[in-house]
Design a protein around this ligand. Structure first.
Ligand SMILES: [Zn+2]
Length: 144
C-alpha cells in the first residue's frame, strides 16, 4: 500500500491509500476518487508528504514497491541520512536529557554547544514556550 498526498483542482489537500501507483491511476480515471472537501474528481498527486516521524515509520514508508513508485521518497531518505550523520558528527548526544541540557545552554548555565537527543512532546512544547530554539528531524535508519 502506498500513501499519496493528493490535491484537487481547488487546491484542497488530502491523503489516500492505494494498492500501488497504478491503483491510483485506475481510481482517478474511473472517477471514484473525489476531494472530501468539495467533491471535485480532478485530483492529482501532490508531493509525497514527508511523514517520517519515527525510524520505524520511515522504514515502512520507504520500502518495497514504494521505492519504485516514489523516487522522491528515496531521495528524501538519503538526505535525512546525510543530515543524521552530520548531526552525529558535530553534536554531542545527550539522550533523554535533551530538554534539561538545551535549557542550561539557553540560560547560559552550560557552554553553548550542539546537542541532540530525545524529548517528549510535552517537554518540547515547554521549551518552545521558554523561547529555546531547537528543531526536530526524522531519525531514519540506515537499512536498505
Ligand atoms: Zn477540493
Amino acid at each position: 500500500m502506498i500513501l499519496y498526498s493528493l490535491r484537487c483542482a481547488k487546491d484542497h489537500e488530502f491523503d489516500g491509500w492505494f494498492r500501488d501507483s497504478a491503483g491510483f491511476d485506475e481510481q482517478c480515471e474511473s472517477g471514484f476518487l473525489a476531494c472530501p472537501t468539495c467533491g471535485s474528481t480532478e485530483v492529482s498527486k501532490a508531493l509525497m508528504a514527508p511523514r517520517v516521524m519515527s525510524s520505524k515509520e520511515a522504514s515502512v514508508t520507504i520500502s518495497a514497491q514504494a521505492k519504485q513508485a516514489m523516487p522522491q521518497a528515496v531521495e528524501l531518505k538519503r538526505k535525512l541520512l546525510a543530515l543524521r550523520r552530520a548531526v552525529e558528527e558535530n553534536c554531542d548526544y545527550v539522550g533523554g536529557g535533551f530538554a534539561e541540557e538545551a535549557r542550561k545552554i539557553h540560560y547560559g548555565e552550560a557552554e553553548a554547544h550542539g546537542i541532540y537527543g530525545e524529548t517528549t512532546p510535552d517537554e518540547a512544547e515547554r521549551l518552545r514556550e521558554e523561547g529555546v530554539e531547537f528543531g526536530a528531524i526524522p531519525w531514519v535508519r540506515e537499512d536498505t
